[in-house]
Design a binder for this molecule. Structure first.
Ligand code: NAD
Length: 430
């Protein structure tokens, strides 16, 4: 643990790496970028070790000695408490600001400390406003009939909505004051025993989020961007989200965008080559549609609460939490992190599935840093491991007769498949 800084004054990026730069608001990544990693709590150290190993192997396979990540460890959670006497040292936040690139493991949500959640604190301090969760099937046992056709990315707004944490319990002074205010100013009668929560959704935060989603769709060659909202009921929050998101699409990305209305009015229902269909779906319908017609969706852009619901539902379709990656993104800054938590009962047992952390790293490296070839190579290895029944306990228990392998054995298998891969063939299939 020696050498992990606690204060900003101690920060000294590894000399063999270079820092990513920001040019015109976009990240420019050198061939030897410094990337911050935070192991996290519980199973964090095991999955982080696995992710770094697999990512390094894939980068070396694709780029030889031309490109390499220079990993820089920072602490958060229990490790930081031991080392620095606090759960979230300033150095950790400053290091990510400095490098713009981070990969983290899960962190225990501290009970009774100053933090609502450490993860939320990190997102807020770095203004990581878009949470991105790709949902894709790699051959694992899955409950859905069309699991092979599920391949979309949920863009969940990360900083506002009912998740902004503006709420007061029933009977509190604040709640009573608001109830009184509503009665006096607007004649609205609420029961006195109401808890109160506030749902802010702003134009600025909606628009920056939608911009990231449109940029993703363009850079990934997607043909569908769908705005998920409950604007028919919550007109000035979710309805406004829908309106502002459309505004960004048609005002800032006009050359790419065809709206659903235009599709029928101008194009007889046929999306022209090179265009992106931007449409919207009401949240409850959307939750059905990803089950009944998953192939119609590629990028789903939504406020915070809807995003929470749909990403869990979506992950269940393709087989669960050990395979579910995520990334939090802001202005020219991103931190990969799996959807799952610290799974404390499995910590240190070398049994858990590191795939979610590995794929979170792929999001950072391939999708955010732009080292695109890393994705098909890692995905090839994951598919091959699953098809050869080399899987950890969480998948093995749904595969009759299959004995689970350890986390480290699975990791070594992935590295082996990456080393042996026929690059021409793997990249050719992209
Ligand atoms: P959890 O996701 O840690 O674990 C729930 C169960 O899911 C585990 O018991 C295990 O059966 C399974 N599981 C999770 N990850 C797995 C993996 N990689 N491989 C195989 N099986 C896996 O959820 P929890 O038990 O509710 O939360 C534990 C702690 O994690 C809490 O302190 C919580 O606040 C925190 N948490 C952190 C994050 C984060 O850091 N982003 C996210 C969620 C929860």
């Amino acid at each position: 643990m020696a050498g992990i800084p606690c204060t900003p004054e101690e920060l000294k990026p590894p000399a063999e790496g270079q820092l990513a730069k920001v040019v015109d608001g976009k990240v420019v990544v050198p061939d030897n970028p410094v990337v911050v990693f935070i192991e996290g709590d519980g199973i964090g150290p095991e999955i982080m070790a696995s992710a770094r190993k697999v990512l390094d192997a894939a980068i070396s396979k694709v780029y030889g000695t031309q490109r390499k990540i220079v990993w820089w460890e920072m602490a958060a959670g229990e490790k930081a408490q031991q080392l620095c006497g606090k759960l979230l040292p300033e150095a950790t936040i400053e290091a990510i600001k400095m490098t713009r690139l981070g990969l983290k493991g899960p962190l225990t949500t501290p009970v009774g400390s100053g933090f609502r959640s450490l993860n939320v604190a990190i997102r807020m301090l770095l203004d990581l406003y878009s949470n991105i969760r790709p949902v894709k099937w790699y051959g694992q046992p899955a409950p859905h009939r069309y699991a092979d056709k599920v391949n979309f990315v949920v863009f969940r707004e990360n900083t506002e909505d009912v998740y902004a944490g503006i709420e007061w319990p029933m009977g509190s002074q604040e709640a009573l004051k608001i109830i009184e205010f509503l009665k006096k100013e607007f004649g609205i009668e609420l029961p006195k025993d109401s808890g109160i929560g506030i749902k802010p959704i702003s134009e600025f935060k909606t628009k920056r989020h939608m911009r990231r989603a449109m940029e993703w769709a363009i850079s990934h060659g997607n043909k569908h961007v769908t705005i998920m909202h409950k604007g028919n009921i919550m007109k000035y929050t979710e309805g406004a989200f829908r309106a502002w998101a459309y505004e960004v699409a048609v005002q800032e990305f006009r050359e790419y965008v065809v709206t659903e209305e235009e599709l029928w009015e101008k194009y007889n229902g046929q999306l022209p080559e090179g265009k992106i269909l931007v449409n919207d779906r009401i949240a409850d319908n959307m939750l059905q549609q990803i089950i009944t017609r998953p192939w119609d969706y590629e990028v789903i852009v939504t406020p915070n609460l809807n995003g929470d619901y749909i990403s869990d539902e979506a992950n269940a379709l393709v087989g669960g939490i050990g395979m579910a990656p995520g990334m939090n993104m802001g202005d020219a800054i991103a931190v990969g992190e799996p959807v799952h938590g610290t799974a404390p009962k499995y910590a240190g047992k070398n049994v858990i599935n590191p795939t979610a952390e590995i794929l979170s790293g792929v999001l950072l490296v391939a999708d955010f840093m732009g080292w695109r070839e890393v994705r098909p190579v890692v995905e090839y290895a994951i598919r091959k491991a699953i098809s050869e029944k080399i899987v950890t306990y969480d998948l093995a228990r749904h595969m009759p007769g299959v004995e689970p392998v350890k986390t480290t054995e699975y990791t070594d298998a992935l590295v082996g498949f990456i080393k042996e891969a026929d690059l021409g063939e793997v990249l050719g299939k992209q």
